[in-house]
Design a protein around this ligand. Structure first.
Ligand SMILES: CC(=O)N[C@H]1[C@@H](OP(=O)(O)OP(=O)(O)OC[C@H]2O[C@@H](n3ccc(=O)[nH]c3=O)[C@H](O)[C@@H]2O)O[C@H](CO)[C@@H](O)[C@@H]1O
Length: 369
């Protein structure tokens, strides 16, 4: 691809970190692949992308779109109006920015923009993070030129001639990190001589994991461990309060962690939900992990994500319903078992796809006439 002619690319999607961070990884890879790329993000007003994308150095415009609730609610009555209004706004964004390609990373925010782009004859590429395709991506697939996926056998959802298996695009800081443990521990002001557990509930936090941690504070505060506990914004206050009655200087509570490279770098064992991006990052960080898939996602896709690792002896899994009883014992036992940790780290690393973002960037640039 020639690198001199300016090319304009819109990236649209969001709602949760699992859609936003792949988008940022793709944007960064595009910037590295071609020195003449102009980028614009389009998300949903009020959603996480409206902060996280500008923090990553990119411009974003919000559409007045919201998700369709699975149960009958008054907000659902407004849904068709929000879609029509968003498609109108998307059309005017396209008219003004004149992109050469539009890229969708899933989440309802990408629906109106990608639909409007395809209708205007602008080539579109979509990226699907999970082994089970999201509603918006299924809807957009018919008009997309290419569909980049992370898992094999996605032809159940998408036309097979458009599918390219790339893996999930992961942010470069996580990719690049040499996971310097002492630098990472210094960042979190933690001791170098203590085993460290990182607890990640996905971008929004996980109720079951948080409740389990709260109920296990006594055990954790007495164990020879230190804990970096990401609760999610909604659960932060109650989790922070729960730690107040313990002498828990070894348990650090965060609502959200920005430097995830350092968080992975500090960890000896990770407790995590099994969202697609968390899984892809754990593979690249090569960390021994205990996964607790969320039972509240479509087609139980997090269990499928987790099983892909468990079946390769690359991670342990505890079911959400059994977390209260089994999660902390399983984690502490893993933490003390050097050979199991080594085996999991070696096997999980083999499943990483470090070139995914670069490969997707190249596929996007190939779409430009
Ligand atoms: C409940 C729900 O709908 N979950 C879905 C959502 O998960 P969710 O948004 O939680 O996404 P993932 O687990 O895939 O990724 C989380 C992302 O947020 C980042 N992060 C997380 C916590 C933090 O403190 N700081 C931080 O930067 C992680 O590094 C990662 O990049 O999208 C995923 C990708 O479509 C799906 O697989 C999940 O099933």
């Amino acid at each position: 691809m020639a690198t001199n002619k300016p090319v304009r690319i819109i990236i649209s999607g969001g709602g949760t970190g699992g859609h936003i961070y792949p988008a940022i990884a793709i944007a960064n890879a595009l910037k590295e692949t071609s020195n003449s790329v102009e980028l614009l993000f389009v998300g949903a007003i009020g959603k996480m992308e409206m902060q996280k994308v500008p923090q990553a150095g990119y411009k974003i415009i919000g559409l007045p779109i919201a998700g369709l609730q699975r149960k009958l609610t008054a907000a659902n009555l407004l849904f068709p109006f929000k879609v029509i209004n968003s498609i109108w706004k998307a059309k005017s964004i396209l008219k003004e920015f004149k992109p050469d390609v539009a890229v969708g990373v899933g989440g309802y925010a990408s629906g109106p923009l990608l639909y409007a782009a395809a209708s205007a004859g602008i080539p579109t590429l979509i990226q699907e993070q999970n082994s089970y395709a999201g509603l918006t991506n299924k809807w957009l697939a018919k008009n997309a030129k290419k569909i980049c996926v992370a898992y094999p056998d996605m032809s159940t959802f998408f036309p097979s001639d458009k599918i390219i298996v790339t893996g999930n695009p992961v942010r470069k800081d996580i990719l690049d990190t040499n996971l310097n443990r002492s630098k990472a521990l210094q960042h979190f002001k933690l001791a170098e001589n203590k085993p460290t557990i990182l607890v990640i509930g996905g971008s929004l936090g996980a109720r079951t994991i948080n409740e389990t941690l709260k109920a296990s504070l006594q055990t954790l505060s007495q164990a020879n461990v230190q804990v970096i506990w990401q609760t999610g914004k909604f659960y932060f206050e109650s989790c922070k309060q729960a730690t107040a009655s313990y002498s828990t200087s070894n348990i650090q509570v965060h609502d959200f962690i920005a430097p995830m490279d350092l968080a992975y770098g500090a960890a000896d064992v990770v407790i995590s939900r099994a969202g697609a991006l968390s899984i892809s990052e754990l593979c690249l960080a090569a960390k021994p992990a205990v996964l607790v898939p969320s039972p509240n996602v479509s087609e139980d896709h997090q269990t499928k994500n987790a099983m892909a690792l468990v079946n390769n002896q690359a991670a342990l899994m505890v079911k959400d319903a059994e977390a209260m009883e089994k999660l902390i014992p399983a984690t502490l036992s893993l933490l003390g078992d050097e050979s199991k940790k080594r085996e999991l780290a070696i096997n999980i690393r083999k499943l990483g796809k470090p070139d995914a973002a670069k490969q997707i960037a190249q596929e996007i640039l190939k779409l430009i006439k």
